[in-house]
Design a protein around this ligand. Structure first.
Ligand SMILES: Cc1cc2nc3c(=O)[nH]c(=O)nc-3n(C[C@H](O)[C@H](O)[C@H](O)COP(=O)(O)OP(=O)(O)OC[C@H]3O[C@@H](n4cnc5c(N)ncnc54)[C@H](O)[C@@H]3O)c2cc1C
Length: 437
């Protein structure tokens, strides 16, 4: 989505909100509602809509501290919104979650990507699947998803208040809560759904800890690696269809396409490693080392290279890349084992072949820093999962309080899995609140 489209779409969104405000009028102070949803992101909207559609009698108020709702949905997936992933087996789906996989198995049996696809389809937004399994709106515009969620919430009677930050939640002895905000009045409610996104130390910690919860230290996940190394310098834009990255000093290794960028390495093989090794990398608090296997699906590189040598003996090594590697990367790799530009495959000595096998399967890089992946990044850490009932998303510490989305210690690999966790946990919380009201 370009800047102009984004502006237009945000304008449309604020017009919808204004229209709605004129229907509901200004909120009186100390109003009583059934449910307050804290945070207008994917999880908050899905929870609010589910509760409203399941029990239309509920008075539901969604409070968002920013000037706009669904801001992350709008910028997600490079403006296209990678809504979910075409993985329809809950047991396989959970393997994409470094944190939360065990807890999500049950929830995914209740609401999984097939349900998400059907839900959006029923509301008039068709999704399409790309060859790597990622699912996007057919329009390739995140505004299709934003508009759908906003229109559906308004139609189902959810009231939305922006520029309204929740600053305190106090449980009442008689049941229910008082909610203090800065900017939008104070409220009494029977249920609270906390969907304020990745936990930030400070105000959010205080609110959640005051309700009896522990927070697993929030740190970044889904980042790319800054590497300066002659092997890859100047090769930006070049990609390898399948590589394996591993973090030295651990057993963590991840496979997928790899992309060389002007600052280092990126692509699914790197983003996955950043997610699965998020805590280990954070603990190293400085430069760390990774190893790349450029040909992970080749079981015996020696045999594969010897077979290539046999078949292409007269060809120049530097001009005839083997094992599916891009030519410019191949030439850099051969350079590291002193293959001269005029050396033919038949002239490749055994010791060079041995060294070549090592570099193809064990290239080491020192990573000097992390860069944000513009397409998707998330917080690893959040509300401790054992304090939540995963059938309903209700707190075990404070009855009537529910959690969904990134505020929990749940995060996933890139590919639509993070939104799926938000839809699923939002759905479970919304359904439970609707039936317990
Ligand atoms: C650039 C980018 C691209 C992404 N792309 C994808 C993608 O394509 N696919 C995918 O699966 N995932 C993607 N993600 C991850 C995904 O966006 C998140 O996992 C998801 O948005 C989490 O939803 P949420 O509702 O839990 O939190 P959020 O979307 O973060 O929403 C939380 C909301 O709560 C509000 N809030 C916070 N505190 C308060 C308070 N005290 N009172 C009131 N409101 C409050 C915040 O302002 C925010 O609007 C992307 C993330 C980023 C940053």
């Amino acid at each position: 989505m370009n800047k102009e489209n984004r502006k237009q779409s945000a304008k449309g969104c604020s017009q919808l909100l204004k229209q709605q405000a004129s229907i509901v009028g200004n909120d009186p102070l100390r109003e009583e509602v059934d449910l307050v949803v804290v945070g207008g992101g994917a999880a908050g909207f899905f929870g609010a809509i589910t509760a409203a559609e399941s029990n239309p009698a509920l008075k539901i108020l969604l409070l968002e501290k920013g000037p706009n709702v669904l801001s992350k949905v709008r910028i997600s997936g490079g403006g296209r919104c990678n809504v979910t992933h075409a993985c329809f087996d809950p047991a396989e789906l959970i393997t994409h979650y470094p944190r939360g996989s065990r807890e999500l198995l049950g929830p995914f049996h209740s609401w999984q990507p097939a349900d998400t696809v059907q839900w959006f389809q029923d509301k008039g937004v068709s999704l399409k699947t790309e060859c790597d399994g990622r699912m996007f709106p057919v329009s390739d515009q995140s505004s299709s998803i934003v508009d759908c969620l906003l229109n559906t919430s308004i139609k189902s009677g959810v009231r939305i208040q922006t520029r309204c930050e929740v600053t305190q939640i106090t449980p009442l002895k008689t049941g229910g809560f008082t909610i203090l905000t800065n900017g939008g009045g104070d409220y009494k409610c029977r249920h609270v759904l906390w969907t304020a996104g990745g936990m930030k130390p400070g105000k959010q910690f205080k609110i959640i800890q005051s309700l009896g919860h522990h927070i697993i230290d929030p740190i970044p996940s889904l980042f790319t690696f800054e590497i300066k190394h002659p092997l890859i310098n100047g090769l930006q834009g070049l990609s390898v269809p399948l590589a394996e990255s591993s973090l030295i000093g651990t057993d963590i290794r991840c496979r997928g396409p790899m992309l060389i960028t002007h600052w280092g390495l990126s692509g699914p093989a790197i983003l996955r490693l950043s997610a699965w090794a998020a805590r280990e990398i954070h603990a190293m608090s400085g430069p760390f080392e990774i190893e790349i296997n450029w040909i992970p699906d080749i079981n015996n590189p020696q045999t594969a290279l010897l077979a290539f040598k046999e078949a292409h003996g007269k060809k120049l090594i530097t001009n005839s890349p083997a094992l599916g590697l891009p030519k410019r990367l191949w030439q850099r790799l051969t350079g590291t084992v002193d293959v001269k530009p005029r050396t033919t495959w038949s002239g490749l000595r055994q010791d060079s072949l041995d060294r070549f096998c090592s570099i193809l399967t064990q290239t080491r890089f020192k990573v000097s820093g992390k860069s944000r992946n513009k397409e998707e990044f998330v917080t690893c850490g959040g509300v401790e999962l054992k304090e939540i009932r995963f059938k309903t998303m209700e707190s075990r510490k404070t009855p009537g309080l529910y959690f969904a989305g990134e505020s929990l210690d749940i995060d996933a690999e890139t590919g639509g899995f993070n939104f799926q966790a938000a839809w699923t946990t939002g759905y479970l919380a919304g359904s439970a609140i609707a039936t317990s009201s």
